[in-house]
Design a binder for this molecule. Sequence first.
Ligand code: SF4
Length: 359
Amino acid sequence: MSNERQEQALIGLDGLVAEGVLAKEQAPSLRAIEARYAVRMPRGIAQRIKQGGAIGAMLAKQYVPSLAEGYQDKDEEDDPTYDEAYSPVKGVVHRYPDRVLLKPLAVCPVYCRFCFRRARIGPKEPMLSPDDLQQAYAYIRSHKEIFDVILTGGDPLMLGLRRLEEIITSLSSIEHIGVIRVHSRVLMAEPARMTDGMMAVFSACAKPLYLVVHCNHPAEVTQEVRVACQRVRRTGVIVLGQSVLLKGINDDPTTLVQLWRGMVAAGIKPYALHHLDRAPGTAHFRVGLKRGLALVEQARAGLSGLCVPPFMVEIPRGGGKVALQVSNYRQDKDAWWLQDAQGDWHAYVDSCGDSCGES
Ligand code: SF4
């Protein structure tokens, strides 16, 4: 069965009722939410939710629809990252000169209730046709400044393997492309999909391939995930991880420390912690910037640099991403002052002087 056909095996609202995740009486009021934002997940995740406990509750918050999604905050937008404004051809987003997004499909293995593309993804959305893909390749080929292609969607690992291979091969044959990234939730949500066939596609990629997995809680890094991750790394693929700061899921320093250490121990380098984008119906997941920064600083104090990703915020109305940080340095007349992980300040004499390095 192809991955595309496996998508049909995911369960929706009715399946969640059948699995006992939702009571029958809850379903009618959630139909309007399901009609607007896709609801689907692997049966295995629904069963873990049904088992309850802290892990079940964490998974339920991420994947089970709630009535809170019916509330739209005043600054929330269907396209909070302004993908459409930066889309020169169908399926391509070219916001930064050296990189493009390529979105071949809009299907995912799970539909995160906080997703920034939630208004534009789901099984009813069309995928790129062969002609659309040819136009996308032509655009990328004609823009020699593009170094990095990010396959996203939806989730590119939900493509059939032949189509995934065709896309990766076509992109890696473009001379000026230096690296291909695949942004995916599959490794975390359904590691069984990381089959030998998929590993063969990864191994065959002629350019460096980075798999950027999405993981928000340490309990998502299961034994199956660790084993699948090891198989991926053996193909030569470099595995990075991105997370979203989410109220009620990971908004405390202990959970963040466990999350990032758990990822590193599984061979996943934490690459970014994202402040939640202002997608519609997601206000109940939002952590304020001030608190977000404080949480990151608290977590960072006890971690090695390997475990700490930058805290990324999307500037509204298409301004792009910026890494936010508490300033840990200042300069007086004669000295620099650097702040250590405990918050204490230390003088640093820059013997090189202000003119060092200037021509
Ligand atoms: S897997 Fe990614 S694209 Fe799909 S719903 Fe979750 S966050 Fe959105």
